[in-house]
Design a protein around this ligand. Structure first.
Ligand code: ATP
Length: 258
């Protein structure tokens, strides 16, 4: 059997409870270098909480998170961006009055904030950095097909375009691993194709991707491996077809719908 890919993200026995309510109750998950893994499960299974633990906006009650071979459970979200983890949200919240281009530039600050401040007195250097950042933001807007809107305020964008904008923003920090939280939700079919193509491109470029998605068609098209969770725990793992037909997974979804 082939050696498993080196883990970019390795979540070990994670537990997170909120005032005694267990949202994640012993979840382990590895994302290998260059892998694209689907994370599915009924509403309330704990998927977004798991993302929050990996990205650092929540600290685990117990368990460990390893990123690129380092234990990072107590590190801030900013440090984890610096370590190469980018994440998107179910409902993106761009700065509505800022332009599309400015919103993408915010992603450079997320990574370089401290460094830019340290360079504050070195004007020439900062100007050069700014110029490079703007060039990069423009290239990323082209990648996500939003170039024509760079000078518009973000409030004019549709829900799907906001998801593309958010993708461009997190790419400013050159993430090695990308956590996508329901990129298909509320997106019209034409833009959904664009989002899928871009996600596939990123994976082809070597980025590791963990994808929370209820749209099984999208998961089947993009992912070779799927992890299903329910009630905060792993339930099944395998190919999209195997997991979708797994009786425990079907029962978990039916139970959640009842
Ligand atoms: N900040 C919080 N305080 C209290 N309970 C929370 C908090 N965040 C999540 N929960 C609870 O944890 C459980 C898991 O929620 P989570 O949002 O992680 O599920 P999910 O699998 O992402 O669901 P969905 O598919 O609906 O987004 C739910 O019961 C939720 O109510």
């Amino acid at each position: 059997m082939a050696e498993p890919a080196r883990a970019v993200i390795d979540a070990r026995e994670l537990v997170k409870s909120f005032q005694g309510n267990v949202a994640v109750g012993g979840m382990s998950l590895r994302l290998g270098e260059g892998e694209m893994v689907g994370l599915i499960g009924p509403n309330g299974a704990g998927k977004t909480t798991l993302f929050n633990l990996i990205a650092g906006s929540l600290k685990p009650t117990s368990g460990e998170i390893w990123i690129g071979g380092r234990e990072v459970s107590q590190e801030s979200p900013e440090r984890r961006i610096g370590r190469g983890v980018g994440r998107t949200f179910q409902i993106p919240k761009p700065f509505l009055e800022m332009t599309v281009l400015e919103n993408v530039l915010v992603g450079a600050q997320a990574r370089d904030g401290e460094r830019l401040f340290a360079n504050f007195l070195r004007f020439g250097h900062v100007r050069q950095q700014e110029r490079l950042a703007i060039e990069k933001a423009r290239a990323l807007l082209e990648f996500v097909t939003l170039s024509g809107l760079e000078g518009q305020p973000a409030k004019v964008l549709s829900g799907g375009q906001r998801k593309l904008l958010e993708l461009a923003r997190i790419l400013m920090a050159d993430p090695q691993a990308i956590l996508l939280d329901e990129p298909a939700a509320g997106v019209n079919p034409a833009l959904l194709e664009t989002i899928m193509e871009r996600v596939l491109d990123l994976n082809t470029q070597g980025k590791s991707i963990l994808l929370i998605e209820h749209n099984m068609d999208m998961v089947s098209r993009l992912c070779t491996r799927v992890v299903a969770m329910a009630l905060g725990k792993p339930l099944a793992e395998g190919t999209p077809a195997d997991v979708a037909s797994n009786p425990d997974v079907i029962e978990a979804y039916l139970g959640a719908a009842a």
